[in-house]
Write a protein that binds this ligand. Structure first.
Ligand SMILES: C[S@@+](CC[C@H](N)C(=O)[O-])C[C@H]1O[C@@H](n2cnc3c(N)ncnc32)[C@H](O)[C@@H]1O
Length: 237
C-alpha cells in the first residue's frame, strides 16, 4: 500500500509560527496565551457573540477599499478576475469564520457561475451552521497562531476575528504569517486593526519593505470616520 504523507507546512508559515512562539516565551506569556485561547474557545462554544456576518456584510467592510485599489468591485469580483487570469480554482481562507455564512454565500454564488473554488474556515470552535458544514470545503479548528499552513491562498479575510482578538505581542508576526501564505497577487483583507495613525504608518511601511502592497483604507470617505471602519489591505506582489 502506498504511504500517504501529509503535505508539509509552507516555510513562511513555519518561520512565523516559531517567531510567535519565541516572542510569547520571551515575554513569559506562553501560559497566559494558552489559557486565553481556551477561554475564547469556551466563549465560542456558548456563542457569546451575536453577530454572524454574511457575504453582503463582508462586502460592506471591504468593497470601497477593493475599488480604491482597483482590485475589483467587491470580494466575488476580485476572485472572479483572478480565476479568469489564472484558470485555477480560487482558494479562500476565512480567519475566524464563525457560523460560516460568508463562505457559504460565496460557494453558492461560485457554484451558480461555475467558478471552481476551495473555501476554508478557521475557528477556535466548530460553530458552522448546517448549511455551512455542507458547503465549506475544509474547516480548521485551531487558533491562528498555532495553524500550520500547507497551501497558499488567493484571498485570506479576517473580519473582527482571529487577528483582532489575538495578543498584541503576536499580531505583527501573525499578519506576516498570513501575508506570506498568499499566492502572488493574492490579498489579505483585515477589519478590526485599531491603531494610531503613527503605528498604521509603521505597519504599512514594514509590510512594504517586505515586498507587499499594504494600505489602510477608510471604508467611508469622511475625515471623522470611526476607526472601526478602517481596513488593512495587503497584496502579495
Ligand atoms: C465574533 S466571531 C466572528 C465571525 C465572523 N468573522 C463574522 O464576522 O461573522 C469570532 C470568530 O473568531 C474566531 N477566533 C477568535 N480568536 C481566534 C484565534 N486566536 N484564532 C482563530 N480563530 C479565532 C472565533 O473562533 C470565531 O469563529
Amino acid at each position: 500500500m502506498p504511504r500517504i504523507t501529509p503535505r508539509s507546512p509552507i516555510k513562511a508559515s513555519n518561520h512565523f509560527s516559531r517567531l510567535i512562539k519565541s516572542v510569547l516565551d520571551k515575554r513569559h506569556e506562553t501560559a497566559s496565551h494558552k489559557t486565553y485561547l481556551k477561554t475564547m474557545a469556551e466563549k465560542d462554544k456558548f456563542q457569546e457573540w451575536p453577530i454572524k456576518r454574511n457575504l453582503q456584510e463582508y462586502n460592506d467592510c471591504f468593497s470601497i477599499a477593493l475599488q480604491k485599489l482597483r482590485l475589483g468591485r467587491d470580494i466575488p469580483d476580485y476572485l472572479k478576475r483572478r480565476y479568469q487570469r489564472t484558470k485555477e480554482p480560487v482558494i479562500v481562507l476565512d480567519l475566524g469564520g464563525g457560523a460560516g455564512y460568508f463562505l457559504a454565500d460565496l460557494k453558492k454564488l461560485f457554484n451558480s457561475q461555475q467558478i471552481p473554488s476551495k473555501l476554508e474556515s478557521l475557528s477556535l470552535y466548530d460553530n458552522l451552521s448546517p448549511e455551512s458544514q455542507r458547503l465549506i470545503d475544509k474547516k480548521h479548528i485551531i487558533s491562528a497562531s498555532e495553524q500550520k499552513l500547507t497551501k497558499k491562498y488567493d484571498l485570506i479575510v479576517d473580519v473582527f476575528s482571529a487577528i483582532n482578538f489575538e495578543f498584541d505581542s503576536v499580531k505583527k508576526n501573525l499578519i506576516l504569517k498570513y501575508a506570506y501564505s498568499l499566492k502572488k497577487g493574492g490579498t489579505l483583507l483585515l477589519a478590526g486593526i485599531y491603531k494610531s495613525p503613527e503605528s498604521k504608518n509603521n505597519i504599512s511601511a514594514h509590510l512594504r519593505k517586505q515586498g507587499f502592497i499594504a494600505e489602510f483604507i477608510d471604508q467611508i470617505d469622511n475625515p471623522f470616520v470611526n476607526d472601526k471602519k478602517t481596513v488593512l489591505v495587503i497584496t502579495r506582489k
